[in-house]
Design a protein around this ligand. Sequence first.
Ligand code: PEP
Ligand code: MG
Length: 617
Amino acid sequence: MDQRSTIVQGIGVSPGIAIGKAHLFERGLIPIPYHKLLGEEAVDEDCRRFNAAVDKTDADLEAIKQNIHPDLKEHAHVLEVHQMILRDRSLYDETLRLIREEKYNALWALMRALVKAHELFRSLDDEYIRSRVADVDAVAERVLRNLAGQEEENFNSIRERVVVVAHDLSPADTAQLQLERTLGLVTDMGGRTSHTSILARSLGIPAVVGTESITNCLQTGDLLIVDGTSGKVIVNPSEKQIGFYYERQEELEEYIKGISRKAHLPAQTVDEYRVGVEANIELIEEVVGVKDNGAEGIGLYRTEFFFMNRVDVPDEETLFSEYRELSELMAPQCVTMRTLDLGSEKLATWYPKLHENNPALGLRSIRLCLHYRELFKTQLRAILRATAFARNIRLMFPLVSGVGELREAKQVLREVQEELTAQRIPFDEQMPLGVMIEVPSAVAVADLLAKEVDFFSIGTNDLIQYSLAIDRVNEHIAYLYEPLHPAVLRFIRQTVDAAHKAKIRVSICGEMAGESLYVPILLGLQLDSLSMNPQSIPRVKNLICRSKMRECRRFVAKVLQMSTAEEISAVLQEMVVKTFPEEFKVFDPSTLTIDESNSYKRKKRMKNKVRKSEETS
Ligand code: PEP
Ligand code: MG
């Protein structure tokens, strides 16, 4: 029997294989009639209807929040953001204005307000802000639906275990997911840092996002295979494909189960070289995953995410209680808190709207903090106050370009410490201070920076971007995003040498650290610690425990003589397949992902990627 299957390529954001029926999460079109309101009474009536729809939406969101699945409790704050957007000026006030002044009917007025909000977001010309417009859309759609009297589809109708497929999933949607019935997640939209991806990873649900068009290729009930590692989704697979993926699923589960049992052991090479393995987190709710996967601490807490997921700037007390809670949850293990790394693609709704030609080279990160001193000081005060309890917090400054900038940041830190001392507010005076090495100039003066701090953490995501002069989120030049570029490897080597000469520890917290493919290289480069996505920890630890440091050093010495990333990649792939056959039998080294940009790389390769394949089963 011949069977047609469709293979769709997206971004694998949460590893694992799901095989099951699709549940297409569809929202039917809402009819938006247009007419002008005649007379004050009609205007009043539509204002009243609009307000009633807003109130109902508010109540719906509140109900979702109250009944949220226990595993998703911490995601409730996103629903609060949606409740705030409900009465935001650009949506709420503008709709009422259009009803009153332009005499538009309520549905049309809200739609117009939404279009205007889109124009505003679009004009900012920033990818991160553009992605935040999805929250406004989600809220507006709920109000539109309530205005039109349409019942919203929800997940309660799902009676069996399914792969949830959607154009996009808003935080309110994901909050309603029935986890025990969700085998996998697939969306048209989204990237590695989208809410669905973060959630899927923290819950261990295989997920593929950014497929662009999967919702056009299937209907509810179609059989699906989701490969959350390679980002491949097969619609209506052949029996041969099903058999193949069931075997892979079993292999993968067995493999992960096997290595997870040992994830709590220290990462030590066969020749007894000890390497720290820590976790990167964006939000406090990831701590469970951090512990479950055997992390030895938090090597990078991206504090800016707490600032980004909200409509206002959090005050000192809010920050302090968040930081104290995290520190106490992780104690006695360390928490490395990176000060605000806002700007460039990471923007918050409340962030001043700057018009920069090159935002990645603009007012971002430590520069932004030194510019907006009060914002910086508020965060530093909250962090320092939180250090007084479990005394396990380390602090690091991102994107430092040289000693002058570092000293300026240290001066602000000293001022805050003096203020706290004067106020008799306790803090940990021994708190280690580190600097992220993400800019080529920082590598060049790493010996000087090392004299000023207690540790280094190499941020390869940015170091690659700035070393190779490629925007890490620009798909047109993504093929140049090469972690194995000889310049990048030399920069890492130089940084490690400078740190070790000054007798300070050096870790790596870019996405490279969590990729099993790079383990031999990172070991050979003598990093003291690797910090990564919690889900990657068992795999990376396993490979470290099976490596020989002497061999890795020899391998790196050879690699550092090579001229191109392609040459290095070829010998590396050959080496890992030979040394770790089990790992690279289940995870194909050529499909491994590195950061957001690699998904672009894959996307580029897979242009016109929806392809039909005929298979004979
Ligand atoms: C990095 O640049 O490698 C890093 C860890 O920071 P971020 O990805 O948050 O910029
Ligand atoms: Mg960075």
